[in-house]
Design a protein around this ligand. Structure first.
Ligand code: ACO
Length: 192
């Protein structure tokens, strides 16, 4: 996804973690408002594209929503895109949710697991390993592992992605929109 400004000036790394503190904008010093506006344009445009790709009526991810939440958004760019100005490639939004989760024996647990809330790689870059790179970065950064995550309504492509890269196939049935897999209850950190 290309913009009429330099993405590289706002997002200096290939993968940047953005949270409500908008640290990448604070780094811009006196140009904070300008940087915030451009960052929001990147996030809002990618959020819209993600919603479209998933057939959703509205965006799950916007800059404003992020600013008002305790969610984390990982944004992937291609620094070489648009003749060196950089392009946005993908987004991955995660956050903790208080959920009632059923185990295999039908017992219900109140938990606070890390959830995958939105995941999108631009159509021109899908099936090239970008999603895997973004997802692995997030797992390392959050010190988590794939089987401990809850996924909010995974699409067909995302379900296929999880099966292929992390062997997550065996779902434990739930009554809410979140999907969890075998291994979800094993060796969880106390914070969950
Ligand atoms: N059809 C089926 N499976 C696909 C497709 C597709 N068109 N695209 C990717 N995948 C899955 C497959 O398992 C694929 O492996 P394969 O090519 O050997 O079949 C694997 O993902 C490829 O892995 P990556 O290249 O690392 O993943 P990619 O960069 O394509 O990103 C993603 C995966 C984010 C799911 C991307 O396909 C996408 O943006 N899809 C549209 C939006 C979407 O569905 N997002 C998830 C919504 S649910 C949620 O966010 C909680």
């Amino acid at each position: 996804m290309e913009f009429n400004f330099s993405v590289n000036i706002i997002l200096k790394d290939v993968i940047t973690k953005v949270d409500s503190r908008l640290q990448v904008c604070r780094n811009a010093g006196a140009r904070y408002q300008d940087a915030r506006q451009r960052l929001f344009e990147i996030i809002d445009t990618m959020g819209d594209a993600s919603a479209k790709a998933q057939g959703l009526p509205g965006a799950i991810t916007t800059g404003r929503k992020l600013e008002l939440s305790d969610h984390h958004l990982y944004v992937m760019t291609d620094p070489e895109g648009k003749e060196g100005l950089g392009a946005a490639v993908g987004i991955l939004k995660i956050g903790r949710k208080r959920l009632f989760v059923y185990d295999r024996h039908g017992q219900q647990w109140e938990m606070n697991p890390l959830c995958i809330l939105d995941f999108y790689v631009h159509e021109s870059r899908q099936r090239m390993g970008c999603g895997r790179r973004l997802f692995d970065f997030m797992l390392k950064d959050e010190n988590s592992c794939p089987q401990h995550l809850a996924v909010d309504r995974p699409s067909h492509k995302f379900a296929s992605f999880l099966a292929k890269h992390y062997a997550l196939r065996d779902e434990i049935p739930q009554v809410n929109n979140f999907v969890i897999f075998n291994g979800f209850f094993t060796k969880r950190p106390d914070s969950d």
